[in-house]
Design a binder for this molecule. Structure first.
Ligand SMILES: [Fe+2]
Ligand SMILES: [Fe+2]
Length: 265
């Protein structure tokens, strides 16, 4: 049995510090017996984007593989790390001309694990169809992995469910990111694919999806550009733990994770 912990968008240095402080993530990893930890890092630098520093901090505090999304591209300093693809990937369905690569072959308990990342297209950039990008990766990596998992970074619930159901039985697990709010629909589909529409975020829940409440109120009420500042305090870790049978590649258990630190808020 392989246990994979997937964490939602780590937002701002507050979210990062929460994972780091007192070895919070390392302790959670140990408590859950997670063999592999995947985290979406697209918001780990300031409010948006990922920097070389925030990527390294994520890795150092216990994240094995970092996935991305629409905000991955904000800071150019990280493009070299994306091209190196040592432990950080970006959505596979962005153009080939974009830096980085959309999948990585890692291992857990000595078994090869294929980790993928795609973005949705509903209310997002008109990139290649996510299902086509996943198909291409699966066929190019055929026979090279025991377990496969995909971070579907998307706005629409229906689009994430579509990917989960479409690949039921062919991916070990599909987890959604991007909305920063955890959904309660975790399940294992009939074909054996573990699924959740959104794992939620790792960061302050005092604002609105990681941003100060007043900024978002101003944005919605005026419709003029607003500089977003990060929310502080009341940090949560939101994620999901998939249990996967390494011989069949099927998901056998799924557990939602939601933890906070009251001292933090
Ligand atoms: Fe995000
Ligand atoms: Fe996003």
């Amino acid at each position: 049995m392989i246990k994979i912990l997937c964490l939602g968008d780590v937002v701002s240095p507050d979210g990062l510090s929460f994972l780091e402080s007192g070895g919070t993530l390392r302790k959670l990893r140990e408590e859950l017996g997670a063999d592999l930890v995947i985290a979406n890092g697209e918001n780990s630098a300031d409010v948006n984007g990922i920097s070389t520093t925030s990527a390294k901090r994520l890795y150092d505090c216990g994240v094995d593989i970092i996935t991305g999304g629409n905000h991955t591209w904000k800071w150019q300093e990280v493009y070299g790390m994306l091209d190196d693809a040592e432990y950080m990937i970006r959505p596979a369905n962005y153009p080939d001309e974009a830096p980085g690569i959309g999948y990585i072959l890692t291992e857990a308990k000595g078994y090869p694990v294929l980790v993928m990342n795609v973005v949705g297209r509903v209310f997002m950039e008109p990139v290649e169809a996510p299902e086509k990008a996943i198909e291409k990766i699966l066929s190019s990596m055929q026979g090279k992995y025991s377990v496969s998992i995909c971070d579907v970074h998307a706005e629409a619930t229906s689009e994430k469910l579509f990917i989960g159901r479409y690949f039921d039985g062919r991916l070990s697990a599909v987890f959604g990111t991007h909305t920063h709010v955890q959904t309660a629909d975790e399940t294992v589909f009939p074909g054996g694919t573990g699924y959740i529409t959104d794992v939620g975020m790792c960061g302050s829940e005092n604002g609105i999806i990681g941003v100060k409440t007043e900024n978002i109120i101003q944005k919605f009420t005026t419709k003029i550009p607003v500089r977003f500042e990060k929310a502080h305090g009341n940090c949560y870790i939101n994620g999901i733990l998939f249990e996967i049978d390494e011989s069949s590649g099927k998901c056998t258990g799924v557990k939602r994770i939601r933890r906070n630190n009251k001292q933090n808020g």
